[in-house]
Design a protein around this ligand. Sequence first.
Ligand code: URA
Length: 267
Amino acid sequence: MLTNSADRPHPVLYHIGFGRDDLGEQPPTLALLSGDPDRARSIAERHLRDVKKLSENRGLNSYVGKLPNGRPVLSATSGMGAPSLSIVVNELVQVGIRTIIRVGTCGSIQPHVKPGSVVITSAALCRQGAANDIAPVEYPAAADPFLTVVLAQAARRLGVEHHVGITASVDTFYEGQERAESANPHLLRALRGITEEYRRLNVLNYEMESGTLFKMGGVYGFAAACVCGVIAQRTEGEQVVLEAKATAVENAIRVAIEAASEVTGQE
Ligand code: URA
């Protein structure tokens, strides 16, 4: 882990384990933010060049490297859920990040949103406790519209099956996403039928981080967007469709890299 010392003008941030001084002469302002540390590493190793590992503190793996267009980028890990994401995002902004693209996974709520495809979130129905520490519950959880269009255009260019729309961003994978076949013997009455209700409200998918990310973007003043690979089909069952996972994740990563190249190319 990197540490603070007298010759470092900026501190190492406690959770992410690196600071502004570790980001080189051309520090990145855009971060690709994965929930899973293996995904952050895989993005760095397979899609970036001149990669430097910054930290693997607490499983919050972070790497700095160059996009195919030669521009610097960070590949970082949010961990699972909004509390962890809120800490990482706060610290990424402290080291100079101004654009964040979440690269995640999700469960579909609509029959036409198939495993293997990607969902690009335009706004989130935010049912997250961490977000309430950042802004009032009524505060919009909206993605940056320009970055969202860039993601959708990237998906179209790459021929990746994609859907743009509203995501239910919730705190729990089991109860909050109405998984009744888990260890919890009593799913709250308030949550029974919620998936069907969301389906009728044209919500596309469930995931666990975008709502808080978007509210932070609004309050802090950075651009936030989200692309998630679909790995569960909740109109058919509760399980993750393991056969679709590799394709879904790879599609989300390719779309995010293409969009990042587009926006950093305009800097
Ligand atoms: N992530 C979620 O939050 N839900 C799913 O069903 C799949 C991935």
